[in-house]
Design a protein around this ligand. Structure first.
Ligand code: SF4
Length: 66
């Protein structure tokens, strides 16, 4: 799995951080997403997919290729 985020469209809602705190964080200044782990381990994949589906800005892209 490969994860990318689009910081330009992230609205800082933070639902990704709640779903997958090992993969996403937020900048202290403005809440914009920080991608901690662009290639998360298998046990995190469900949480990452949930984060991507719940992101209100659709700022998280998930590719299933390794
Ligand atoms: S859920 Fe989406 S909009 Fe909210 S902080 Fe994460 S990437 Fe940004």
């Amino acid at each position: 799995m490969k994860v990318t985020v689009d910081e330009d469209i992230c609205c800082g809602a933070g639902t990704c951080v709640m779903s997958a705190p090992d993969v996403f964080d937020q900048r202290d200044e403005d809440g914009v997403v920080i991608l901690l782990d662009p290639a998360p381990a298998a046990e995190l994949h469900d949480a990452v997919r949930e984060a991507a589906s719940m992101c209100p800005a659709r700022a998280i892209a998930v590719s299933e290729e390794e």
